[in-house]
Design a protein around this ligand. Structure first.
Ligand code: FAD
Length: 550
């Protein structure tokens, strides 16, 4: 059957609700396009909740002589910090220099000097070389006999899934549409064989529908080739999947106050990053051909990361019993013949098929804004060529994201005021008020309003947990327990025992709000249980050991 774009149709349909699709939706909306994004699962449920959670310049791309990439992502870090300061924070990273390791004081010093220049790092944040004692003062658990010195440089840390959701919320506030649990199951074509929309399957209602749009962008991350195949345009370059695993340890087992980027025995480099009383470590980088929907942490992934940690920190003696949680993600890289997993470029590329389908592949969380700019430039050029439509220029470089609308300069003042009010007016602990701010920025005000109006029914959740759940359900598209516990709050990774404890209550409340049948309630509850390959026994003992407020 042939289709025609309807008068009421969208200018742009975006397939995929990870950071790439979200960035495109935000950019396109600001250029005056009527845009809609559809996501088959939850927003950020693909790779965009499973990264190292760094907005980083990619020091290692220097090694691969990818100067343009270093320049672009390096400069994007400062821009994203300015646009979303409640979510993107500067973090000093320590590069220890180890006897017999990959770096010498000279190569580290020259390498980071060049990196700072390419990435446009401001003077106050440029690298500082450390001697042995200074390095050990920052990370005393390092092997004193092997440490020679170190280098401190600046990266930025974030929460990938929250960043994705804040970008989406920004777009929706400006009139865009975003639908999760809505899968593209086919593409629609006109008489000239141009894509004019998609067939959708709503996984909440199980209903099918047609959606019409003048242009369609495929931002499906690891699934971009599935969509290209659907389009009959899977020719030339292909996606190459590599799996990356992170493990989370309690600080009582892996005490670390300083983020660190260190050599593994096989010559790769991995991060160990303190966060919320935990230390998370990653990543592995191995070819992957399994199911992209639920990549698992395998025994060899655990062994590899534990081996790397114990090699550099011999006194820790970490074993798999110390692992509290973790996640595995799939990198959607563009295949390069003859290159191994770690060597493939992280560059992005845009393909325009003869049907008019635009695919954006590869790339990084850090580069999402520039990737969106390039993609929407092409969308606008095609809209102009085919329909005579004129777009506004890209504006995202200066537009603060949801939660940081007050701007970087006022953020600290707004933060202190909201935390004070959380404590004085709503009885929150300072820690909890700060935690809420770090997740929602100035939108925390809306959580306070919900808290004020709560009826006091016994749900098993504390009033502030109820208010947070309600806010994410109303304003952040939460549908299932995993949406809330994994992607909106990160509780499942960083407060694992609390997540296990409150999951049944969260499920019960969501079942009520979503009017789930008993069967649906069971399905979403089971889905939550499937997440994260952590030993069952450890889960149980943790649940018993740790109280409600972690
Ligand atoms: P995804 O987030 O996977 O989004 C694509 C979405 O499309 C998915 O949610 C999927 O469900 C949806 N979809 C697929 N098919 C359909 C369909 N038919 N209909 C509707 N929706 C569909 N980058 C950094 O900058 N910093 C880091 O620290 C970093 N660390 C990383 C560590 C690891 C282990 C990995 C794997 C990657 C890391 N990256 C990092 C890279 C970064 O995470 C990815 O480049 C980015 O998240 C990819 O986003 P995406 O939107 O393209 O893909």
């Amino acid at each position: 059957m042939k289709h025609q774009p309807r008068p009421e149709s969208f200018d742009l349909l975006i397939i995929g609700g990870g950071i790439t699709g979200a960035g495109i939706l935000w950019d396109a909306t600001n250029r005056g396009l009527k845009a809609i994004l559809v996501e088959k699962g939850d927003f950020a449920s693909g790779t965009s909740s499973r990264s190292t959670k760094l907005i980083h310049g990619g020091l290692r791309y220097l090694e691969q002589l990818e100067f343009r990439l270093v320049m672009e992502v390096g400069r994007e870090r400062a821009i994203l910090h300015r646009l979303a300061p409640h979510l993107v924070h500067a973090e000093k990273m320590l590069l220890p220099i180890i006897r017999g390791g990959k770096l010498t004081p000279f190569t580290a010093s020259v390498g980071i000097w060049l990196y700072d220049r390419l990435a446009g790092v401001k003077r106050t944040e440029r690298r500082r070389m450390l001697n042995k004692e200074e390095t050990l003062a920052l990370v005393p658990q390092l092997d004193r006999d092997r440490v020679i010195g170190g280098a401190l440089y600046v990266e930025y840390r974030t929460d990938d899934a929250r960043l994705t959701v804040e970008v989406l919320k920004s777009a929706v506030k400006k009139g865009a549409m975003a639908m999760n649990y809505t899968e593209v199951t086919g593409l629609l074509y006109d008489e000239e064989e141009k894509v004019v929309g998609a067939r959708l399957l709503n996984h909440r209602t199980h209903e099918e529908s047609f959606l019409y749009a003048k242009m369609t962008v495929n931002a499906a991350g690891p699934w971009v080739d599935t969509i290209r195949q659907m389009d009959g345009s899977l020719q030339g370059k292909r996606i190459h999947w590599t799996k990356g695993v992170h493990l989370v340890f309690d600080q009582s087992h892996f005490p670390l106050t300083q983020a660190i980027y260190f050599d593994t025995p096989d010559g790769r480099m991995i991060f160990a990053i303190p966060r919320e009383g935990k230390t998370y470590v990653g990543t592995t980088d191995t070819d992957y051909t399994g199911d992209p929907n639920m990549p698992q942490i395998e025994e060899e992934d655990r062994e590899y990361l534990l081996g790397a940690i114990n090699h550099l920190f011999p006194t820790l003696n970490l074993t798999k019993d110390h692992i509290e949680s973790g996640w595995a993600g799939i990198r959607p890289l563009i295949h390069e013949e003859g290159k191994g997993a770690s060597e493939i470029s992280r560059k992005d590329e845009i393909f325009l098929s003869s049907t008019g389908l635009i695919t954006i592949a590869g790339g990084k969380l850090t580069a999402y804004r520039k990737m969106a700019e390039r993609t929407v430039d092409l969308v606008c050029a095609e809209l102009n060529r085919r329909y005579g439509k004129v777009c506004l220029p890209c504006m995202t470089k200066t537009m603060p994201l949801s939660g940081s609308e007050c701007g970087l300069d006022r953020l600290q003042e707004v933060k202190q005021d909201l935390i004070r009010r959380g404590v004085e007016e709503y009885g929150l602990s300072p820690h909890r008020a700060e935690e809420l701010f770090s997740r929602y920025g100035e939108n925390v005000e809306e959580i306070y309003q919900i808290l004020r109006g709560l009826e006091g029914e016994d749900t098993g959740l504390t009033p502030d947990e109820m208010a947070e759940l309600r806010y994410t359900w109303e304003k952040e598209f939460v549908y299932t327990p995993a949406d809330f516990l994994i992607r909106r709050t990160g509780i499942h990774y960083f407060h694992h025992a609390v997540s296990l404890k409150i999951a049944p209550f969260v499920t019960k409340v969501l079942a009520d709000w979503n009017h789930w049948s008993a069967e649906e309630t069971k399905m979403w509850s089971e889905e939550m249980k499937d997440h994260c390959d952590v030993q069952e026994a450890r889960r149980e003992s943790l649940t018993e050991k740790i109280g409600r407020n972690d």
